[in-house]
Design a protein around this ligand. Structure first.
Ligand code: PLP
Length: 435
């Protein structure tokens, strides 16, 4: 068979993929596109027909410095040419990376590495159970924390109605009995949160939250909400986990916790930490992380052939070194602000019934008159308008998520002029959206 890169017909590539991979992809959100992307560099991505797009998907978060960053790639190559995975003791680069993360992340006294966000949140549940001797998990409606059974509850978009139950499993194949152990609370609902702790505080092992929600776009916590969560967790002896898989090493070097000033007991991170290489991890206080790693009936275990792979550690060590020596966050914030301000001006000018929100390098355009404060409100964003908006942007060479509440983000290789051109495209797309 010829390599895919030599094919030019994208529809033929999709058909070929579907013949050997279920639905043609190995990750759910990759379906529904006509494009097949074959080349990346800096802020750009090229499809198989050699069309260039400015990339605001950035693989859902990992690409933060820019695509195919030469400095990161050289560090990876040097690492794998020197000492690759050994399976014995600390791996090359592991100690250095753990030390840096403990330095920059407020909640980190200790760090353990794994390969995906799903791994990290699964281990967080295990550690919290070992630490508390309790079973139940609290999470917020709409927040996605990966696919292990106990967190894959309460964020499905498929069956959502104004009155649907908060805690339904996110998909088939998940254990239905698990939902009994998951308490799902509406995001930003103070009274609901207090009531959940009142009823279940004594049986909760862990509470998961995104400090700043990206699971349904860009929805911050209302003032005082994270502080209330922290207070309730402390009061009831519940382990508080911040899922910083999207915000870690993107909202700030010290994660969103360094912005909001609320410190969790554990943090799950991944995505941007290694600029596209597969690394994730769990960081936390000595007390909580002390329950990880022993083979026993009462302590939690972390075990994984590819955990702390030297190639990924090298990528992360280099990514964080660049973040510490260059003004990466200054660039991400300046471009993000330029984007949001420009989009707002375009919304005002076109009269589109839309709103824009975001933080740092991230933003979301909702086709509803007011910014949402929770999942159901976010999901009221007009899907048909968004589809026209998205199709128009794509035809103008702007790559964004294919569904209305997907957060979008730029990387640090994106220039002021890229953003200015994108805002012109947004103006056209908003007119297309209104129809
Ligand atoms: N948590 C959040 C907030 C995420 O956005 C994601 C992925 O998008 C995950 C967890 C799961 O991470 P991964 O896809 O690396 O398993």
């Amino acid at each position: 068979m010829s390599p895919v890169s030599e094919q030019l017909d994208q529809a033929a590539t999709w058909r070929r993929a579907e013949a050997s991979v279920p639905r043609g992809v190995s990750s759910g959100h990759r379906v529904g596109w006509q494009q097949v992307f074959v080349r990346t560099q800096g802020a750009y991505i090229w499809d198989q027909e050699d069309r260039q797009y400015v990339d605001y998907l950035n693989a859902w978060g990992p690409i933060v410095l820019g695509h195919s960053d030469r400095r990161v790639n050289e560090a990876v190559f040097a690492a794998v040419s020197t000492c690759d995975l050994t399976g014995v003791g600390p791996q090359a680069g592991e100690i250095e990376l753990a030390e840096t993360i403990c330095e920059v992340l407020p909640s980190a006294d200790k760090v353990a590495f794994c390969t995906s966000g799903t791994d990290a949140t699964m281990h967080a549940v295990h550690v919290a159970r070992a630490a508390t001797g309790r079973l139940k998990v609290l999470k917020f409606h709409g927040s996605y924390h990966g696919w292990s059974d106990h967190v894959a509850v309460g964020s499905s978009r498929k069956d959502l109605t104004a009155t649907s139950s908060l805690n339904t499993p996110n998909g088939g194949g998940l254990h239905p009995a698990v939902v009994d152990d998951v308490v799902v609370v509406e995001w930003n609902d103070d009274a609901g949160l207090r009531a959940a702790f009142e009823a279940h505080g004594h049986e909760l092992a862990v509470a998961f939250t995104e400090g700043y929600v990206h699971s349904f776009g860009c929805v911050p916590a209302a003032p005082g909400f994270l502080e209330l969560l922290r207070e309730l967790c402390t009061g009831h002896g519940v382990v508080l986990v911040f899922d910083e898989i999207k915000t870690g090493f993107r909202a700030a070097l010290g994660g969103y916790q360094s912005i909001c000033g609320v410190t969790p007991d554990m943090t799950a991170f991944g995505k941007a930490v290694a600029n596209g290489y597969s690394l994730a991890g769990l960081a936390g206080s000595d007390a909580v992380m002390g329950h990880l790693g022993a083979y026993s009936k009462s302590e939690a275990t972390i075990d994984g052939t590819f955990n702390a792979s030297p190639y990924a550690l090298a990528a992360a060590n280099k990514t964080l070194a660049i973040m510490q020596s260059e003004d990466v966050f200054g660039v991400l914030y300046a471009r993000g602000e330029q984007m949001r301000t420009g989009i707002q001006a375009a919304i005002d000018e076109t009269g589109a019934p839309a709103t824009v929100a975001g933080l740092g390098s991230e933003w979301c355009v909702y086709f509803r008159p007011e910014l949402p404060t929770n999942f159901r409100q976010a999901m009221e964003s007009d899907a048909e308008m968004y589809a026209r908006y998205h199709t128009s942007l794509l035809s103008q060479g702007v790559l964004e998520p294919a569904f209305p509440t997907g957060d979008r983000r730029l990387n640090a290789a994106t220039t002021e002029s890229d953003v200015a051109s994108t805002i012109e495209c947004v103006r056209v797309a908003l007119r297309a959206a209104i129809g």
